[in-house]
Design a protein around this ligand. Sequence first.
Ligand SMILES: [Zn+2]
Ligand SMILES: [Zn+2]
Length: 434
Amino acid sequence: MSQTATLPNALGNAQETRKECPECKAGLPHTPGYKSWCPSCNWNLADEEKREPANRFEKVMLQLGSKMSEGLFREVQGRASSLKRKFTPAKLLAYAIATVVHGVTLIFVAAAAWLYYVAVTEGMVSCYIWGTVVALLAWVSLPKWRKKPKKQHLLDRNEFSTLYKLVDDLADSMGTKRVDGLVFSHDYNAYFYSAGLGKKYIGVGVPLLSVLNGQEKVALLAHETAHGANGDSNRGFYVSQAYENLFTWAEMIYPVSLFGNGLLGVLLMPVLLLMRLFAYSLIWTGMGLVHLLFRDSQRAEYYADLLAMQQSGREAMESMLQKLFWTQTFQYTIHKCYFNKHEDLVSLLRSEVANIPDTEIERLRRLSLREDSRLDVTHPPSAYRIELMKSVESTPRIELSPDDERALEKELSALYAKTHNKWMDIVAEGWRVW
Ligand SMILES: [Zn+2]
Ligand SMILES: [Zn+2]
């Protein structure tokens, strides 16, 4: 068996060159080297294997996404201006619930301090014990700030001056604070985040940037800058931390069994039952919170797209969003690069992307609408994002000159070898891309 035969089936293999759909008997488009699928009934659109959610938050977001994304898209479609609304009832409710949860955490902190005070002044041993219990409770409930990026991951302002100038210009143009740093990422994405106390960063995924043209880079970075301008990550942090606490508390008090031994067991049963009900009510509140957060965060994504489009223009925004579908192509390229011992992942990715046939682009577009196969649960499906853009006209405010583009490419090319090595190490360690 040749090495390439073990490549994952992203782009199909030889035995899949069927002429007719086994489900609906429609004729299948034949694109050698690519997966056979049926445009009429979506047969063979996706691989059998589904991605497992990374944690319980992502799992709930995925479940919600499959139920709510389409409805929310219909709601915002053609009413792009409504996205601007600062305070929706859903947002206010989410804030109110989260504030109560964080208030309880503050009570834990105060109670622990008071118990220790009593323990020291009155010399009461029981207060030490209870103080420690409540302090532990406070500790697990306190917000976990995201750590600042490590120095080796931060891009240097002098070495990446064109890239920094672009994000600074975008921040200035949107009237928001400039980011504190750009962070290297080897993933096929980009992200905005706050870390430490009020520091803001944009993670730049080198593989994704490498397949975007100049103006598409403007669109991508403008989208991330818009998140900073809108305070999306702070709001997300405030609410998601409250959500985490509700689940942590529920897990702590949930009695596994309601039935104890003997008379004590019988007497304790109502208490255990109440504790279980209380645990459930915490979980239900958490689920309600994530519902509210989901709606708010999806609206925030559409709004960030609109703001970004004002900077980059619609054409670049649309083509950038389309390239976001291509994560499967990237995953496939990683494996191909590894097995064929190719020396440069980025140049291989560029040639794969340049040769994607239209049928494959359409397959990836349809796949992006399937929530269970999406890689990024925090954003609405890219196909919906593109649809929404179509309803709004926009001319670019920031345009990269050919000189800027060349300078950007030169700066980024310094990261290509690092990206290549990172991925080859990951594959060599046996990590499976899907
Ligand atoms: Zn079919
Ligand atoms: Zn976003």
